[in-house]
Design a protein around this ligand. Structure first.
Ligand code: UD1
Ligand code: UDP
Length: 380
């Protein structure tokens, strides 16, 4: 590892985020660093625009720098090139003692690479997730594998993740199992919304119908996979038209929006909405009978809340949720999705066996642990 420099006003800890889940999962780290009086410098790469802004507002977080790199439907290569160049300039200007990134987006991979080129310490939050399938999820599996080499400090959410890193030869004294910071954010937001009604957080729900909450955005599912997933969901909505409402906040990626509109627009009990802010989404999750998603964060949150979740993917880097019983991999086959959802909606005994809240992804104190380790390790 490069020689640590003490955090100071001249050399702050730089925390970099670019997409919706990175805001949610890094807010607990930023709050804890500030609580421990560690100077921080927060950067938004602006990989996402509206979806990032929505999350920053909910947490009242204003980045110190916004690189504004989102362009509509841009390629991974173009985004990567722009990120690398912009981050290099910023690293030279700010001279952070350490760069903290979270997860496996293009932002994470390019920020870590830029820091490596400048020999700046990289701390990786949510380290060690693996499917061991190069293209699944795409491009995230390779991004997080790169972080296994680029990062100096690895904050693994679970024992499984820690073991993945050790198996790849990462030094054991640079890996800490700390839980997933998403649970900190979830518990914070749940406290904020639990005494509020659905309407008070902006949700327009019919209290007489059960709620099926849906999200989906993974690139490896674009095309046939997403289309078949949506056909399965349409069958579920139509089979339970009297008793069920489907709430689907649609990701702003145009490839997702086009596909969703084509199959689900105009169905009476399906409500397609723009992305929900975190308060509304946490309320919706807590009211849901069932969740169908390909999102990583939503699987972790569903496990903490004890809401059964069908995962529309063929592989998972979150086996802990499957072992806990709360999550089931259903792939993108429309029949499999229909059958699994129909079963959970019609057999309460099966549903309640799966509706078990657990702490497999954390206890809500991950941000504090990470901040304490950073503060201690970065002392000269
Ligand atoms: C990205 C991440 C993915 C993460 C997801 C979280 C990569 C390669 N993918 O996927 O790992 O799970 O974010 O949601 O880093 N768009 C908007 N407004 C927004 C956000 C996106 O219009 O606020 C549109 C733009 O046209 C943009 C496109 O969506 O070009 C794709 O955004 P991008 O960040 O490249 O990928 P995501 O699919 O969002
Ligand atoms: N989320 C949200 N509003 C929405 C959909 C999701 O606040 O309309 C939250 C969700 O609770 C989770 C995170 O966004 O914490 C997941 O983000 P996303 O699915 O975009 O990314 P992934 O987790 O797959 O990387």
């Amino acid at each position: 590892m490069v020689k640590p420099i003490a955090p100071s006003t001249q050399h702050p800890v730089m925390v970099v985020l670019g997409t919706r889940p990175e805001v949610i999962k890094l807010v607990p780290v930023i709050l804890a660093l500030r609580q421990q009086e560690v100077p921080t410098y927060v950067v938004s790469t602006g990989q996402h625009r509206e979806m990032l802004e929505q999350m920053l507002q909910v947490f009242a977080l204003t980045p110190d720098q916004d690189l504004q790199l989102m362009k509509a439907d841009q390629s991974l290569a173009e985004l990567s090139a722009n990120l690398l160049a912009a981050m290099d300039r910023l690293l030279l200007d700010i001279e952070p003692c350490c760069v903290v990134v979270q997860g496996d987006t293009t932002t994470v991979a390019m920020v870590a690479l830029a820091a490596f080129y400048r020999k700046i310490t990289v701390a990786h939050v949510e380290a060690g997730l693996r499917t061991h399938q190069k293209y699944d999820p795409f491009p995230e599996e390779i991004n997080r594998t790169l972080l296994g080499r680029l990062a100096d400090l690895h904050f693994a959410p679970t024992e499984v993740a820690r073991q993945h890193l050790l198996a790849e030869g990462v030094a054991p004294d640079s890996v800490w199992q700390v839980g997933n910071t998403v649970i900190d954010a979830l518990l914070l937001m749940r406290r904020r919304v639990e005494s509020l009604s659905a309407a008070q957080v902006g949700l327009d729900l019919d209290p007489s119908r059960r709620l099926l909450l849906v999200t989906g955005h993974r690139r490896e599912n674009f095309g046939q996979g997403l289309h078949h997933t949506l056909l399965g969901l349409r069958r579920v909505a139509e089979a339970h038209v009297e008793s069920l409402q489907v709430l689907y906040p649609v990701h702003l990626n145009p490839n997702v929006r086009r596909a969703v509109d084509e199959v689900l627009a105009g169905i009476d009990n399906v409500h397609l909405t723009p992305p929900l802010d975190y308060a509304a989404f946490v309320k919706a999750m807590s009211l849901a009978t069932l969740i169908v998603t390909d999102s990583g964060g939503v699987q972790e949150e569903a496990a903490a809340l004890g809401i059964p979740v069908l995962v529309t993917r063929w592989t998972s880097e979150r086996q802990e949720a499957i072992s806990a019983g709360v999550a089931q991999l259903v792939g993108t086959d429309s029949d499999a999705i229909f059958e699994a959802a129909h079963r959970l909606l019609t057999d309460e005994a099966v549903r309640s066996r799966r509706a078990v809240a657990s702490q497999v992804f954390g206890d809500g104190c991950s941000g504090e642990r990470i901040a304490a380790i950073l503060a201690q390790r970065l002392r000269p």
